[in-house]
Every structure is written in structure tokens, then in C-alpha cells.
Design a protein around this ligand. Structure first.
Ligand code: FRU
Length: 496
């Protein structure tokens, strides 16, 4: 059973989506069928395919009236749009169907657990946030007749009913369900509430899984919680972060905590924390376990602090998902690698070894906007490292973006100031990399309007979107001092 708002949205997106030329989109990063996209939602493997839903406003390239967009894929790189799954059409979600997650039920149906938001007292009223369920077959979903399944009555004393969102559901080995939901304590700081259910519909509280002591921003959005390599991992996307060295930046950030889950007290006990992404555009990641046992993460390849700006008028869509990333724990840290399926779509390889870079340099065949680049840089003389090594990309006479490395400070910098933006929002970010005597390994993924840099085997990642028109394909290098570079570049999906 679908209702009028959803029927309308589905007709609209099909028509508007068909008018968007694929040449305006990246090749393998998911964009909204039409309009606006934010968080990944309901990332799941269901009936032989990966499903990715997303926060979606089909009608405009600005955030408004959240729907759930929907796409499916067999390899997480080629996506097929399906009709929107949810529209805000019930009293309890009339202001929007906010973020949530998905899981398969015993009877083979798929359950979506999402935040239904309603406003009281008109547009200026406060957002009441509750958790709601819809059940479907991978294409059509029916909202549960007894929604919401979790509301203000499930909150501990003093918690805010206006900040209670983004449920992340999973199943325990005994088949029962758990979910963790972002909430806000009386002291205005974030906390994650744990709930249990025998069937996905009837929930009871299991207490507070984790809480913010003020170290990580204020409200915590979009939690994910899962076992990985013998530990437990908690992801949150905090709002209102204060900066901390080069680890965390101001504003909306992403935090990975690694620790243990104490099943007695139902508490998560963290022993390590770090940023998930050190670049500019990354937020609200979700993970899945693939059928072959890999933990794969996808994030919204934008950030609230850098997207509420004009300058996107030329594109009929707004918002991209990151490349899917395989994650693991090594040396007590989170490591990320681009999903290995990407290697299946490598095209022409151009490589150069032991190239001396001691000034500006371009290399035949090293160019392109949808490409994978493996770059190793080290000082020519280990006892006298270079001052700065620079790679420019998305370059033509007018535009370029820069990745630069200063071994003396172990700083890698991403700079998109000259990428076509006409606004003064954040265009640069620096990342403190581990000191390897002036050496650095970079695995770079370019896909027309973005760069993702996997640093030193995935120990850190920097992600940013760029606006530059896709014809600016130049890549060039420069060094202040003397560096030796090994480079291999693959075209991807037979582009460039
Ligand atoms: C995070 C977020 C979520 C919310 C959604 C609304 O980006 O603010 O907390 O569910 O976006 O679109």
C-alpha cells in the first residue's frame, strides 16, 4: 500500500531523474536520483542485493521534508535507483522521515526503523522525534499501524524528546533485536540509548550504552555499533565539536571509539578514539557486514558545515555518498581501504618509478578525473628531506586543487580553494600523518567531483568534494627540495 505523497514523489523523481544527464554525476559514487541527499540510511544486504536508502528531498537541491530515497547494487559501485521508499505522510512523521536502518525479519520481509518527526505549533515549533517502523519487500514499504514504536515515554528522566533520533538496528545471535538511538541528556550533551526487542516492533529499554562527557561536541547523531576484529566499535557523528589538535575539527565531526561491550552492564567501554575521516566532507557513516564477512562503511560525502551554501546551482542534484570502504582494526586503530571490487573496474595503467621531483613536473598519461592513483613519495636524501611535495589535480588554466605533504611537520594538506567555489566556507584541511622518515604512501580515488585519499595503507583518510568542471583533468607535481616518487595511475570504468 502506498499513499499519495509517496505516489507523487515517485512520479516526480522518475520524470526529474530522467532529465539529469549522467555526465553531470560521478561515475560510481551514489548521488540522489534527483534533488537533495544527506545521510546513508538502511544500508543492508537483502535478497541478494545491497540496499542503500538515503535522506532525500526529491523536490529541491536543498534540505527539506525528508523522504527515504532508495538504490540497489550488486557490487556497491553500480547503483540502480528504485522508487522512494518513505514519504512524510503520517501525523507522527509529517515533518520528515529522518535517518534510520534496516534489517531482515524471520518471515523474509525487510524492516525499516527510522525517526519520524512532527512539529507542534507550526513551522517554528519544536521537532518531536520518535522511532517508527515500516515493513516491505525491498521495493514497497508499509508503515506500521502502531507507530511510533519508541517515543518520549521511553526516555530516561530529563532527556529531550526533541533530540531522539537515528536508530541503528541489529540482531543478536539468539535472533532478538537491539537498537541504539541518539539522544540528548538534561545537560544537553549526547548519549546513546540501547533498546531490545523480540520482534522489531515491541521495544524495551536496556539503558544507556554510552554518553558524551563533553569531550565530543554536544548532540550525537547517527550512531553505529558493531563488533570488529575482536573488539567493539562505536561510530558517532557529533554536532558542535571543538577542535583538538589535528584530530578533530570544529563543527560536525565523526568519531570512532574502539573498546569493549560489557554485556552485564550493557555499557560500551572505550579505550581508543580517533576521527573517522580527516578531510572536509564526511558525515553520518553506516556499516554492513557483507555476505563474505567484510565490514563495509559508507558515509555522506558532505558535511553540514560546508553544504549550506549556494554555488551548486549548476547541478540538478546535491549530495554524494563516499566510496564504500572496507574497515578493520590494526595497531588498535581504525583502518580503511576502498572496497576491493573497485579493482575490477581498473582500466589503463600508467606508471613511473623512481622519478626525481625537484621542481614542477607533469608526466605523460597521468591525468584524469575518475582514476585511482597509487603514489609513494620519499626524500631523495633521507638525512635532508624536502620541504614540501605537491600534487595538483582537477587542474586547468583556471582551476586546481592541491594535496601537499610537509615531512618536517608530518602534515598532509588538502586544499580546494581554487576548485570553483564562490563562497568562503572551509576549503582546506590538514592531517597529522605518522612520521615515516619523510615517506608517505597515498592511495587516491578521484571520481569527477571528489577526492578520497587513503593515507599509509588506510591508517587515515581525507575526503573532499570539488566543484570544478569535469574537463579540468590535469595532474601535476612539484617539490620544494628533492623527492623521489613512484606512481601508478589506473583509469576507472574506462574513463580518462
Ligand atoms: C544527520 C541528521 C540526522 C537526521 C537527519 C535529518 O545528518 O541531522 O541526525 O536524522 O540528518 O535529515
Amino acid at each position: 500500500m502506498v499513499n499519495h505523497s509517496l505516489i507523487f514523489a515517485r512520479a516526480y523523481e522518475q520524470e526529474a531523474g530522467s532529465r539529469i544527464s549522467p555526465s553531470t554525476r560521478p561515475l560510481f559514487h551514489l548521488t540522489p536520483w534527483t534533488g537533495w541527499m544527506n545521510d546513508p540510511n538502511g544500508f543492508s544486504y537483502y535478497r541478494g542485493q545491497y540496499h542503500l536508502f538515503y535522506q532525500y528531498n526529491p523536490y529541491d537541491t536543498e534540505w527539506d521534508a525528508m523522504h527515504w530515497g532508495h538504490a540497489v547494487s550488486r557490487d556497491l559501485l553500480h547503483w540502480t535507483y528504485l522508487p522512494a521508499a518513505l514519504a512524510p505522510d503520517e501525523a507522527y512523521d509529517s515533518y520528515g522521515c529522518f535517518s534510520g536502518s534496516a534489517i531482515e525479519l524471520n518471515d523474509g520481509r525487510q524492516l525499516l526503523l527510522y525517526t519520524g518527526v512532527r512539529k507542534e505549533g507550526g513551522d517554528k515549533g519544536k521537532e518531536f522525534q520518535t522511532q517508527c517502523v515500516a515493513v516491505g519487500d525491498g521495493l514497497n514499504y508499509t508503515k506500521y499501524g502502531h507507530n511510533p514504536v519508541l517515543d518520549a515515554s521511553c526516555l530516561p528522566e530529563g532527556y529531550s524528546p526533541y533530540d531522539f533520533r537515528d536508530p541503528r538496528i541489529w540482531r543478536e545471535e539468539d535472533g532478538s533485536f537491539r537498537c541504539v538511538v541518539g539522544a540528548r541528556k538534561a545537560d544537553k550533551l549526547g548519549a546513546l540509548l540501547l533498546f531490545a526487542s523480540p520482534d522489531g516492533f515491541k521495544w524495551r529499554s536496556e539503558g544507556v550504552l554510552a554518553e558524551n562527557d563533553g569531550h565530543f561536541g554536544r548532540m550525537w547523531e547517527c550512531p553505529d555499533f558493531f563488533p570488529l576484529d575482536g573488539r567493539h566499535v562505536l561510530f558517532v557523528s557529533p554536532q558542535d565539536m571543538l577542535p583538538e589538535g589535528f584530530e578533530y575539527h570544529n563543527g560536525n565531526g565523526t568519531v570512532c571509539q574502539i573498546g569493549t561491550f560489557d554485556r552485564e552492564s550493557r555499557r560500551f567501554i572505550p579505550s581508543h578514539h580517533q576521527a573517522i575521516d580527516y578531510g572536509i566532507d564526511f558525515y553520518a557513516p553506516q556499516t554492513i557486514l557483507t555476505p563474505d564477512g567484510r565490514r563495509v562503511m559508507i558515509g555522506w560525502m558532505q558535511n553540514w558545515d560546508t553544504c549550506k551554501v549556494t554555488g551548486y546551482e549548476e547541478r540538478p542534484w546535491f549530495g554524494q555518498m563516499s566510496v564504500p570502504r572496507e574497515i578493520s582494526i590494526k595497531n588498535g586503530r581504525l583502518y580503511q581501504q576502498p572496497i576491493r571490487e573497485l579493482q575490477l573496474y581498473r582500466g589503463r595503467r600508467v606508471s613511473y618509478d623512481d622519478v626525481l621531483v625537484d621542481g614542477p613536473l607533469s608526466l605523460d598519461g597521468i591525468e584524469g578525473r575518475s582514476a585511482e592513483i597509487l603514489l609513494h613519495v620519499c626524500p631523495k636524501d633521507a638525512s635532508d628531506p624536502f620541504i614540501k611535495f605537491t600534487m595538483r589535480f582537477a587542474e586547468d588554466e583556471q582551476y586546481h586543487s592541491i594535496l601537499s605533504f610537509r615531512p618536517h611537520e608530518s602534515l598532509l594538506k588538502l586544499d580546494r580553494k581554487f576548485s570553483g567555489s564562490r563562497r568562503a566556507y572551509i576549503h582546506q584541511r590538514r592531517c597529522q600523518v605518522s612520521d615515516r622518515n619523510g615517506e608517505i604512501d597515498l592511495h587516491i580515488i578521484l571520481d569527477r567531483f571528489s577526492i578520497e585519499v587513503f593515507i599509509n595503507d588506510g591508517e587515515q583518510v581525507m575526503t573532499a568534494t570539488i566543484l570544478t568542471h569535469a574537463k579540468a583533468k590535469g595532474i601535476s607535481f612539484e617539490c620544494d627540495g628533492k623527492a623521489i616518487m613512484n606512481i601508478a595511475k589506473y583509469s576507472l570504468f574506462s574513463e580518462d
